[in-house]
Design a protein. Structure first.
Length: 262
């Protein structure tokens, strides 16, 4: 039997490492997993800095066949692209790149691959900053803020939501609704689940019930305004691969938390 690369995922609870765990399950490659709890300060533990200097998660190490020196990959989009390019053969995780007869030519890429490639960058470069800002600002009007200054912080936060978060959220939800309308299937790149959908899953599933709180929506709220988008999130959450990735963590340590509390 041909020796296979050794893949190890360093998984942090309540993080986008869940995306990579799901992706590894879809790629059907052997892998190891090391799990980490967040500290009481909600930060990653210092042990992760031994794996990568930034001490973040997800991180993946790949030890090539015949080598003892692992390649260490960080950043969700980069990890997703690397794993897809090297291990997706026989799966639907990466769309076909080239149109027939157009291999290697500028403009020779398929529409599905171009969309897939874009989403890998969009997820971390555009969508996550907006959601992260919403999460941080939302915490400033929560129970951790002393009650006597909470009215002040809440007033400031409400202004920031109104001027920054809410307009951006509407733009992103509208954009993803349009992408789903034009994809030709139930997922962002067509009829099949790809690594691009998996990469978005943790953020969207986590934020699904929080969008309502971002501002005053028209009509019956965001779920009525963007029905394809919210149906898409439900489809991701119900997907057997996602459910398998959740069960995988529970089997290792049932105290590990997958999502942030609502």
């Amino acid at each position: 039997m041909t020796e296979q690369p050794k893949i190890k995922l360093y998984w942090l609870e309540q993080s986008r490492a869940q995306n990579i765990l799901w992706l590894l399950e879809e790629l059907k490659v052997p892998y190891e997993i090391a799990t980490f709890h967040r500290g009481s300060d909600m930060l990653a533990p210092p042990e992760l800095k031994k794996i990568h200097p930034l001490g973040k998660s997800p991180v993946v190490s790949i030890t090539p066949a015949g080598s003892t020196e692992p390649i260490v990959l960080a950043e969700s989009g980069f990890i997703t692209q690397y794993l897809s390019e090297h291990f997706s053969e026989g799966t639907k995780m990466m769309p076909k790149r080239w149109k027939d007869g157009q291999e290697g030519k500028a403009g020779g890429e398929t529409a599905e691959w171009l969309r897939w490639q874009y989403i890998l960058h969009y997820a971390e470069g555009s969508l996550m900053p907006m959601l992260f800002m919403a999460m941080i600002l939302g915490s400033l009007r929560g129970p951790r803020i002393p009650f006597f200054i909470r009215p002040i912080t809440s007033m400031v936060v409400n202004q920031l939501f109104s001027r920054l978060v809410f307009p951006n959220a509407k733009a992103h939800l509208g954009f993803l609704e349009q992408q789903l309308e034009t994809s030709g299937g139930d997922f962002l790149c067509g009829p099949d689940l790809t690594a691009a959908d998996v990469l978005l899953s943790f953020a969207l599933i986590t934020a699904k019930d929080k969008f309502e709180t971002f501002g005053t929506w028209e009509g019956d709220g965001p779920k009525a305004l963007y029905p394809k988008f919210f149906a898409y999130i439900d489809r991701l959450e119900a997907h057997p691969g996602y459910q398998k990735s959740v069960e995988k963590v529970k089997e290792i340590d049932s105290s590990m938390r997958i999502l942030f509390p609502a």
